[in-house]
Design a protein around this ligand. Structure first.
Ligand SMILES: [Zn+2]
Length: 331
């Protein structure tokens, strides 16, 4: 029976109790951590994804690999039972060849293959970063114990994931639960995906401030103002700022109402940076949701805020290994 010294937990652990190397890759930051079998993050570290426009795909990979090695070294290089990864999309799944929109140096980059070569002998599983956050909320957060749940991450973009019958739903290409690109307004603004009036086109953080500025909010300020400043002004009673959150809440409420009708989810967990404004977003969201969701079964669905912190991406990535029977269907 192989044993390892689990220094971070201060105990001997069997291999089935071994931690998972978890990785979270975004356009701005890389994060890596060791996550124990119970979902606790034992150690984590972060690095910038790119150091400049000259960074090529291999340079970013080498930075990521060094970060993973640093995390392993920090706790005496224990045996790991797998590598779980959440990465910005899109990607070819389950191959894990990634092309993050906000990371142009990686186009069809063979991330999963590189990790398999770096950490041989253990499973390596790569999925969308928003899916990882939703999995974390279902496994150890606001949706723990809930079998039918929609998760949304409202941030620079709007991502999400779908849990039905207690399992993550992947769809034909691993892209099920792309809630940001449900159409909320067929006559709405263009979306970065090429579509029109997607939830993301209306409710993504940068769009809130951009829309408000187009209506005259802080038009005298030259530098781009953020969601945080927009929220401060809304709380102070600024009508345009309030309308910006009303509009975002409306788009989210419309999308959620359609999702409930389609999937019969009992819980919707909403996280991400924009969700941290709290009632400014959730009050109009809830009000518009109740306007559109009228059938009896849809009225019982609850909307709650995500409860995990910035480690949610790592916890979810680890769950692709640690709770693979529920969250990984591909191998
Ligand atoms: Zn779209």
């Amino acid at each position: 029976m192989p044993f390892m010294t689990d220094e971070a937990a201060g105990r001997l652990a069997t291999r089935s109790d071994a931690p998972v190397l978890a990785v979270d890759i975004g356009g701005t930051k890389l994060a890596a951590g060791l996550v124990a079998a119970d979902g606790q993050v034992l150690v984590s570290d972060r690095a910038l994804t790119t150091l400049g426009p000259d960074d090529d795909g291999d340079a970013i990979w080498e930075r990521l690999h060094a970060l993973c090695e640093r995390v392993l070294d920090a706790v005496g290089r224990p045996a790991i039972q797998g590598v779980g990864v959440g990465c910005s999309g899109p990607m070819r799944w389950p191959e894990g060849a990634v092309s993050p929109v906000n990371l142009p140096a990686w186009r069809d980059f063979p991330l999963r293959q590189r990790l398999i070569e770096a950490y041989p002998g253990v499973p390596v599983r790569v999925h969308n970063d928003a899916v990882a956050v939703v999995v974390a909320e279902n496994w150890r957060g606001a949706g723990e114990g809930v079998s039918n749940m929609l998760g949304m991450v409202v941030s620079t973009g709007v991502g999400g994931g779908l849990i039905l019958g207690g399992r993550l739903i992947d769809g034909a290409s691993g892209n099920a639960g792309h809630v940001g690109h449900m159409v909320a307004d067929p006559n709405g603004p263009p979306c970065g995906c090429g579509g029109i009036g997607c939830v993301e086109a209306i409710a993504r953080g940068p769009e809130l401030a951009a829309w408000a500025r187009a209506q005259g909010w802080r038009s005298e300020v030259t530098e781009a103002a953020t969601t945080k400043e927009l929220a401060e002004d809304a709380r102070a009673g600024d009508k345009i700022a309030l309308q910006a959150f009303e509009r975002a809440g409306w788009a989210l409420g419309v999308g959620i109402a359609s999702s409930i009708a389609l999937c019969d989810v009992g819980l919707i967990v909403v996280g991400g940076g924009v969700s941290q404004v709290g009632d400014l977003l959730f009050e109009p969201l809830e009000r518009h949701l109740r306007t559109y969701a009228r059938m009896g079964f849809t009225q019982n669905a609850r909307v709650v805020r995500a409860t995990l912190d910035q480690n949610a991406g790592l916890v979810g990535a680890s769950a692709f290994i640690l709770a693979g029977d529920r969250y990984w269907s591909a191998d």
